[in-house]
Unconditional design. Structure first.
Length: 228
């Protein structure tokens, strides 16, 4: 979270980064699918920059909102973009490319955010504080979203990538987890930490699987852009 802000101020800082991150993540899936031969998302109106077309009430609104209020791990998701993999020119290969498009967009947004941070010092005093906080939030949330979505659990993007590149003997059992994937994710990241309690914080799956990899990426981007 952004230090020194009350709940209303923190919401004002986070709302635009979350909307942009989720909207462009999902639009990227649909756009790449369209380029590779499947117009399902285009026909459904999901190759769009309108956030309302991508909002999932639980994954986009309730979970991130609760995380901000109670200081819980920040993660979420949007409505999955419909893709008919049979329409893709090379279904197995293109499924991987479509899946990678979302996290790839979040990495791009993180790079843009930190690049803008380097020039934000030139903004007027009245705008600088909010802009720097919002850009820092955008950097953090986009990296978290990219790492989280690349976990190899269907229907997360990493699960789709794993199904596309693993041998069939491993890919088929993994693909059968898809109906239960979000329950597995919520169990691992919400229920398990509560079960571990304060004594088990060092073994928190969110810390090891999402937060630390995102922090590693953030640190290296900061080095590249010369931000201390």
């Amino acid at each position: 979270m952004i230090g020194g802000l009350n709940g209303v101020q923190e919401l004002a800082v986070w709302i635009l980064p979350v909307i942009f991150a989720v909207t462009l993540h999902e639009a990227a899936h649909g756009y790449v699918a369209m380029l590779l031969g499947d117009r399902t998302a285009k026909i459904a109106g999901r190759v769009s920059l309108n956030p309302l077309t991508h909002v999932d009430p639980v994954g986009t609104v309730i979970l991130p909102g609760l995380a901000l209020l109670i200081g819980a791990p920040m993660f979420g998701w949007a409505k999955p973009v419909p893709v008919n993999f049979r329409n893709l020119r090379h279904p197995m290969r293109d499924m991987v490319l479509v899946a990678l498009a979302g996290p790839g967009m979040n990495i791009l947004l993180a790079v843009v955010s930190i690049a803008l941070l380097t020039v934000s010092v030139h903004l007027p005093d009245f705008a600088r504080g909010w802009a720097q906080s919002a850009l820092a939030a955008s950097l953090y949330f986009n990296l978290i979203l990219a790492v989280f979505n690349m976990l190899p659990i269907p229907p997360l993007d990493g699960g789709r990538v794993a199904v596309g590149i693993l041998p069939r003997s491993l890919a088929e059992p993994l693909s059968r987890l898809e109906p239960y994937g979000l329950l597995i994710v919520m169990g691992v990241f919400l229920v398990l930490p509560m079960a571990l309690g304060p004594q088990g914080q060092g073994m928190n799956p969110y810390l090891w699987l999402v937060r630390l990899p995102a922090f590693w990426l953030e640190r290296h981007l900061a080095m590249i852009f010369g931000i201390g």
